[in-house]
Ligand binder design. Sequence first.
Ligand code: FAD
Length: 227
Amino acid sequence: MSETASNRTAGLPSFDLSDEQQEMLDLADRYSRNELYPLAERMDNEEWWPDDAFPKLGEMGFFGISVPEEYGGVGMDVFTSGLIVQAIARWNHALSLSWIAHENLCLNNIYRNANEDLRRRYLPGLCSGEKVGALGLTEPGAGSDALGSMRATAKRDGDHYVLNGSKLFITNGPIADVLLVYAKTDKDRGAKGISAFIVEKDFPGFEVAQKLTKMGFRGSQTADLGP
Ligand SMILES: Cc1cc2nc3c(=O)[nH]c(=O)nc-3n(C[C@H](O)[C@H](O)[C@H](O)COP(=O)(O)OP(=O)(O)OC[C@H]3O[C@@H](n4cnc5c(N)ncnc54)[C@H](O)[C@@H]3O)c2cc1C
């Protein structure tokens, strides 16, 4: 009997991966070694972004890991998504950072917190990798204390909100189609008066202020957003 099996029999916790999790890790590792590692040098040298990388990852089933199949996801769990990013990071660390911003900060966040209409509208495109996701929380002067020092505001105007403010260091910012952006709706409530808004790159007034040049993770695209 293996150690894991005997642990299970004795009612002790097992820290081994399930067969399904191990298969996903091996598949993601093989794919990343063959398909993503060859892109890494050019991404680092030129800050180049391979436009077809995300759609191919989506085709392989490496997005929407914790999202049910009815929204275009894989129907597994967040732990497994951690295994996939581990595999990607072994072979192309810049791509793994972009993967996290898309998969966890944006996609999984929308799945967990958005209403049904928004889930159905945004998750399929993010799960297939056709749309790139990002999350905008950090601001100039609001990094470690992002919630307390946030200056971006959102004001209701009829049936929609008008957002005002800037965001800083946003992973996938220059290439994102769907951005989850945090803004204060009620200044008097401090960190509790903040909401998240989905901003599409073509919404009126949205702009990428500049693409940033970095010392590391150079292939992962980073931007300042707003005026
Ligand atoms: C490559 C990259 C990608 C990023 N991607 C995203 C993204 O996708 N979305 C997003 O919203 N943000 C993103 N960020 C922003 C990131 O979350 C912030 O950089 C981080 O929160 C720290 O904020 P800051 O850079 O303003 O540093 P600061 O808050 O200015 O901190 C600078 C230093 O001071 C220290 N410090 C701060 N406050 C205190 C204190 N009270 N006491 C003692 N020490 C303190 C910190 O530990 C740190 O060492 C990204 C950043 C990088 C570098």
